[in-house]
Design a protein around this ligand. Structure first.
Ligand code: DAH
Length: 353
């Protein structure tokens, strides 16, 4: 059996008395100026391969009558080191706080931490782009109330009380006599524009609309539209088509072939569904459902009754109107397959824009 005191069983340190080791380590600990240094000393003495561990591992090398004592001393050393490390940790932390309080360690010439940058919601981006586009063509951007009267939302738009078109506008009625509704479209602002502005006029109205219907990937109770209204003398379908082509060029950055299909909306006559050539494919894709056309814009020439509601003489004035689905447009542009993402408020979704 080797004699542990001879130094063969361990490092030089093991050969010294534990008292020496203890004074030694306490001095080292007190000399530590930072937490990393402290950790290193701690590891050296009470880590897995440290002095204490080696001492305990070598117990069987001692004569039986000494073993108990060696074990005890190892534990005393271990506890003393733990204690000294803990108290040095506190001292270092206190010193750091005190230094910070004195303003040390603060470099006023360093740039401040960068705030995380947010981004505009994709709906806001599209809305702003289209507002710019329309303003460049002489349109005014209008706003209207999200809670509307039955009159503006329906009546004045030629959708009378028993009109079947009311069924297709699943309406949220406000409490009371049913006279106030959450607007089901942005079209009521057409009437407000006619009442408040002198013709000729061109306006667009971006905004939120509400429908009381069950939600799924393509329906949400709240979505965004942009209404357009142009009133002037001698307005024809050609003006409408021209304006819509300009709009599409603004959205998709190129000229797209369009086609008109008849569509029924009580506030326009004739009314159309305007389709555009699918901007995403050459021979049919998921977006256009392999038809090469995407249904984009309901539109038409303003119905004489609507002009009358707005106080204009339909024999003098004419106009066209359109209702762009902003939510749908954002989905098309970014390939979003569920409309509910748009207003879901999930940052992981929003961070992508
Ligand atoms: N307001 C209609 C809706 O939400 C959309 C619409 C259709 C608007 C035709 C128009 C239009 O201005 O001419 O269902």
């Amino acid at each position: 059996m080797s004699d542990p005191a001879s130094g063969e069983a361990g490092t030089e340190k093991d050969t010294r008395t534990e008292q020496d080791t203890l004074t030694d380590v306490q001095a080292k600990i007190l000399a530590c100026e930072d937490l990393d240094g402290l950790k290193a000393v701690e590891r050296q003495y009470i880590g897995k391969q440290g002095v204490v561990a080696r001492l305990l591992a070598s117990i069987s090398d001692y004569p039986p009558e000494e073993r108990r004592d060696v074990g005890k001393r190892a534990n005393v050393l271990k506890q003393a080191v733990q204690e000294a490390v803990r108290s040095r940790q506190h001292a270092l932390a206190d010193a750091q706080v005190a230094a910070e309080r004195r303003g040390e360690g603060f470099d006023p010439s360093l740039p401040p931490p960068r705030p995380r940058r947010g981004s505009l919601h994709p709906l806001t981006q599209v809305t702003r782009e289209l507002e710019d586009l329309f303003q460049s063509m002489g349109y005014r951007v209008l706003d209207g109330p999200e809670i509307e009267t039955d009159y503006y939302n329906f009546e004045a738009l030629n959708i009378h009380a028993d009109h079947p078109a009311r069924d297709s506008h699943d309406t949220f009625f406000c409490e009371g006599d049913g006279h106030l509704v959450m607007r089901t479209h942005t079209s009521p602002v057409q009437i407000r524009a006619l009442e408040n502005l002198e013709p000729p006029l061109r306006v667009v109205v971006p905004g939120k609309v509400f429908r009381h219907e069950s939600t799924d990937a393509s329906h949400d109770h709240t979505f965004h539209q942009m209404e357009g209204l142009v009133v002037d003398r001698d307005i024809s379908v050609a003006h409408l088509v021209g304006a819509m082509k300009t709009l599409l060029r603004g959205i998709f950055d190129r000229d797209l072939e369009v086609r008109l299909r008849p569509g029924y909306f009580p506030f326009v006559e004739p009314g159309f569904e305007l389709d555009a050539r699918c901007p995403f494919c050459e021979e049919g894709c998921r977006v256009c459902k392999r038809t090469r056309w995407i249904e984009l814009l309901p539109c038409g020439l303003v119905h004489p009754n609507v002009l009358r509601s707005g106080g204009l003489d339909p024999d003098v004035w004419g106009g066209f109107a359109f209702g762009l689905g902003l939510s749908r447009l954002v989905m098309l542009r970014h390939g979003i397959d569920d409309v509910r993402h748009l207003l879901g408020g999930d940052v992981r979704f929003l961070e992508q824009f």
